[in-house]
Design a protein around this ligand. Structure first.
Ligand SMILES: [Zn+2]
Length: 300
């Protein structure tokens, strides 16, 4: 961002995320990032990949010259210090089934509409890291969180090699604001790092669409809306891209991937769009679930 010191705004963001006594805020309500990669996933062209690597290396050199703060505890260190990284790994060590705490994914008779595996509960180090990553896309957080997502995907795929992972698309406005899609970046990392995911592929099969007759995005995201309001607001908001609609997903077992699970309305909508394109929805995976299941978490 020209004329604005990158370092300064980064620190402000990190302090805010690490403030004690204030719970993590809904990531979608946060201010825009100061800098970021301008693409949804990883570049396919070698030259662009190289440019990314050079930019990341430059950022790391800069970080050595100007100490940065851990996004969790605020200590001057790396983007996440060794202690907080260890705690984050503990928080995501046992992926669990999370759909029972998401009203849009459970039927009124208690039956499951869509099973979801979460890497961890959205709290403490996990919440701070997810929040910071969604704002700035830090490379170090991408690797720690991507690995956690990879473990959850491996638990959900349970060795099935034909699975197609379908990331929940970010809205165009969120993409313009952030400059990158956190889910796509984490998913790319998860697939690269986890050997247990060989044979699992990824298809960017969905896109967001404006719902005809719906008001433009309301200020404040979905916070404060009831279950029915949220579900109504997202219904019809996703569609399969042309390639997927023409048979790319037909008959293939699919797992939908998102970063944070709240009511489940977004996942339910993604599942509807994948189903409409002929995909067989096996379930979903998220990095963090905002609510713990009522019963003791059942391992995925
Ligand atoms: Zn720390």
């Amino acid at each position: 961002m020209p004329g604005r010191p990158v370092r300064q705004s980064w620190r402000v963001g990190q302090r805010r995320a690490a403030q004690p006594g204030r719970g993590p805020t809904d990531p979608d309500l946060l201010v825009q990032p100061a800098w970021s990669a301008r693409h949804r996933g990883e570049h396919r062209k070698r030259i662009l990949k190289a440019a990314d690597l050079i930019a990341a290396a430059a950022a790391e050199v800069l970080a050595l010259a100007l100490p940065i703060e851990c996004v969790c505890c605020g200590r001057e260190d790396l983007a996440i210090c060794a202690g907080c990284e260890r705690r984050l790994r503990l928080l995501t060590r046992h992926p669990f089934r999370a759909e029972s705490a998401a009203p849009a994914l459970m039927d009124t008779d208690g039956s499951i509409i869509l099973p979801v595996v979460a890497a961890g509960i959205y709290r403490e180090e996990l919440a701070h890291s997810v929040l910071a990553f969604k704002r700035h896309g830090q490379r170090q957080l991408r690797s720690v969180l991507g690995n956690a997502l990879g473990r959850a995907i491996a638990a959900a795929a349970a060795g099935d090699r034909g699975i197609v992972l379908v990331p929940v698309p970010s809205s165009n406005s969120a993409f313009r604001t952030r400059g990158f899609s956190p889910v796509h970046l984490l998913l790319a990392r998860a697939l690269r790092s986890s050997s247990s995911l060989s044979g699992v592929s990824c298809q960017d099969a969905l896109r967001k669409v404006r719902i005809a007759g719906a008001p433009a995005a309301l200020a404040g995201g979905q916070k404060g809306l009831g279950r029915g309001d949220r579900a109504r607001r997202v219904r019809g908001s996703m569609r399969a891209v042309r390639r997927a609609a023409r048979g790319g997903l037909r008959g293939r077992p699919c797992i939908i991937v998102d970063d944070v699970l709240t009511t489940g309305a977004t996942l339910a909508e993604a599942a509807r769009a994948v189903h409409q394109a002929g995909g067989i929805v096996r379930g979903a995976v998220v990095l963090a679930a905002t609510r713990a299941p009522d019963a003791p978490p059942s391992p995925a």
